[in-house]
Design a protein around this ligand. Structure first.
Ligand code: G6P
Length: 586
């Protein structure tokens, strides 16, 4: 999703901005741009492509001046073109803005501004902010008044940074992330701590409905009505500065290989929280779980095992769907929101709805300073370190580890979960990638893959299909084993591959029967199992283990298969096309 960065200080801004944008590349984007102020003049360069490509073409990092703004755009309004890339200057060129989010009333504002003679060059909603700021600045001659007037006129969700020709920077936040990095003699304005972590670990998380103005004489934070507000400086975890690939070819591969360790660290920094949450769950009348993408798939697993091992009924609702069933959210219940980033707009919206119904909000989240964490009554931290690859890998297994810990507590420790054993199983799979690499070659020219699993392995099949889609762009679908005969069997022929998730547990023999039925229709079978079978054309062996540990081994095998298939297909596993790591728009 779009990333914003602003710099105000004593160093040359452009190289710092370009570096910050590179650090935030993982958020997903299609174009990039930088603008700086020097000698009361704004200079601007932008273009379509990766930061490195555009920088080589137009030398973004050579722009002069010690004040600047930068942006990576993920298109929402208007095509992926140089003109639509940010920053957007106002029609006079006296100010420029970068914006993240969506301006809902941009069409009416644009019409009005055009009538008044303001010129628009792009198709974006963002350019409206630039011209509206200019109009209000021309009317008031004061940056603070200008921001107040502008935020009262725009509707939607946004974070923007505006740079004025006189060297003032202003930034406003409304339901989109914006964090201020406080350096020794400089300030950073960024969507993500990674934008400035190299320079400072002191951060101010701006509250919704606040704006800040930076100039030579002041750092001033106010709310949208103009009242001065206080702020707290938080220490950001230094480990987020650790976001380097090291010896790995991609972040995704590095993050897959971190899992023997991250699985052991899950929830470690928020130990009492699991106990507290278990207590709340025990006494709650209704428990809802929500999330998006991979995080929602974790909720599906939680639902099954909470019911099976702790006799607790949970209702799972996709965050993007929760608004349509808001009436059924019973008052004073619990909402458990699962999210890696804690910034997914759909999840935040779901939380807002649940809060209206007086629900307690519990979050299972990796970024414990995120918007979601700040909206929560109890936070359980995944503690798996920065996840840069757009497709979630280690955050998923850490979410499962937290869920397992919760179930363990809720079953009064009747079920035993040996995390060291799980970690060893993961390691065994990771240590032997050759077979998986060979199978990945077979997927290169395939257009359909189905993944079949039963019981707890069905949500894994759904997550597996998501990984394959995200990383390889192959059409993939999870199938609940028992439903095969009720439709999916019609799709089976010699052109498709079917991954059968078949550990040696209570689902084993029924799933083997499904595999046989599929094979009889000519499809190729990849079996993920601890038991060999001649039904499988290809076998990915996972270690023999227990019911709750199998799903983790299974998804590790699938993550590797998806990663290596992406390599075969020459797609970029870290930044899949059209996707973003942190989807901050609805
Ligand atoms: C995006 C990512 C997915 C992720 C989902 C939820 O769609 O591409 O990989 O699972 O957001 O993200 P969250 O940060 O809320 O877990």
């Amino acid at each position: 999703m779009c990333s914003i960065i602003g710099y105000y200080g004593n160093k040359i801004a452009a190289p710092i901005i370009v570096k910050g944008l590179k650090r935030m590349e993982y958020r997903g984007y299609d174009s990039v741009g930088v603008a700086t102020e020097s000698n009361n003049q704004i200079e601007l360069k932008k273009g379509v492509g990766k930061v490195q490509e555009v920088n080589s073409k137009v030398q973004l990092d050579t722009l002069p001046g010690k004040i600047g703004i930068g942006h990576t755009r993920w298109a929402t309004h208007g095509k992926v073109t140089d003109v639509n890339a940010h920053p957007h200057p106002s029609s006079s060129g006296k100010l420029a803005i970068v914006h993240n989010g969506i301006i809902d009333n941009f069409e009416e504002l644009k019409k009005q501004l055009e009538k008044e003679g303001y010129i628009f060059k792009s198709e974006t909603d963002s350019e409206v902010i630039a011209n509206l700021l200019q109009k209000n600045y021309e009317a008031t001659g004061d940056v603070k008044e200008t921001i107040m007037k502008t935020v009262s006129e725009i509707k939607g969700h946004y974070a923007f940074v505006a740079m004025f020709e006189n060297g003032q920077l202003a930034a406003a936040r409304f339901h989109e992330p914006l964090i201020i990095g406080v350096g020794q003699d400089d300030f950073f304005l960024s969507s993500d701590v990674l934008g400035f972590i190299e320079y400072t670990d002191d951060a101010i998380y701006m509250e919704n409905g606040n704006f800040v103005i930076l100039d030579k004489n002041k750092f001033q934070m106010s709310d949208f009505s103009g009242k001065h507000v206080g702020y707290a400086i938080t220490k950001v975890s230094k480990e987020f500065g650790d976001a380097y690939k090291g010896d790995y070819a991609h972040f995704t591969l590095k993050e897959i290989y971190e899992q023997p360790t991250t699985i052991l660290k899950a929830g470690e920094k928020t130990k009492d929280a699991v106990e507290k949450v278990a207590d709340h769950i025990k006494h709650a009348k209704n428990i809802y779980m929500t999330g998006s993408g991979t995080s929602y798939n974790s909720a599906l697993i939680a639902k099954q095992i909470l019911s099976k091992f702790a006799k607790i009924r949970v209702e799972t609702i996709m965050s993007s769907e929760l608004q349509f069933s808001s009436d059924s959210i019973e008052k004073n219940s619990i909402l458990i929101a699962i999210s890696q980033s804690g910034e997914s707009a759909d999840v935040l919206e779901a939380v807002k709805i649940a809060k209206k119904a007086n629900c307690k909000i519990i979050s299972i989240v990796n970024l414990t300073a995120s918007s979601l964490a700040r909206e929560s009554d109890i936070i359980i931290g995944l503690n798996c370190g920065p996840e840069i690859g757009v497709a979630a890998t280690k955050s998923f297994t850490s979410q499962l580890a937290i869920i397992y810990k919760m179930v363990q507590k809720l079953s009064d420790d009747k079920i035993e979960i040996d995390f060291n054993k799980i970690s060893e199983s993961i390691l065994k799979i990771l240590e032997n990638p050759t077979k998986i690499q060979q199978i990945a070659k077979e997927l290169k020219n395939i257009s359909d893959i189905y993944v079949l699993g039963r019981g707890i392995h069905y949500p894994i099949a759904i997550e597996a299909a998501l990984k394959l889609k995200e990383l390889t762009y192959i059409h993939a679908e999870g199938i609940p084993g028992g439903e095969l005969k009720h439709g999916p069997l019609a799709l089976m022929d010699s052109n498709v591959f079917v991954i059968i998730i078949n550990p040696n547990d209570s689902t084993y023999s029924d799933t083997l029967t499904s595999a046989r039925e599929i094979k009889a229709r000519g499809a190729k079978i990849i079996g993920i199992s601890d038991v060999k079978s001649n039904v499988y054309d290809y076998h990915i062996e996972i270690p023999e283990t227990d019911e709750l540990s199998y799903p983790i081994s299974e998804i590790i095998a699938i993550q590797m298969l998806s990663y290596y298939a992406a390599i075969e297909k020459d797609t970029d596993p870290d930044y899949p096309r059209n996707l973003a790591k942190s989807v901050t728009v609805k």
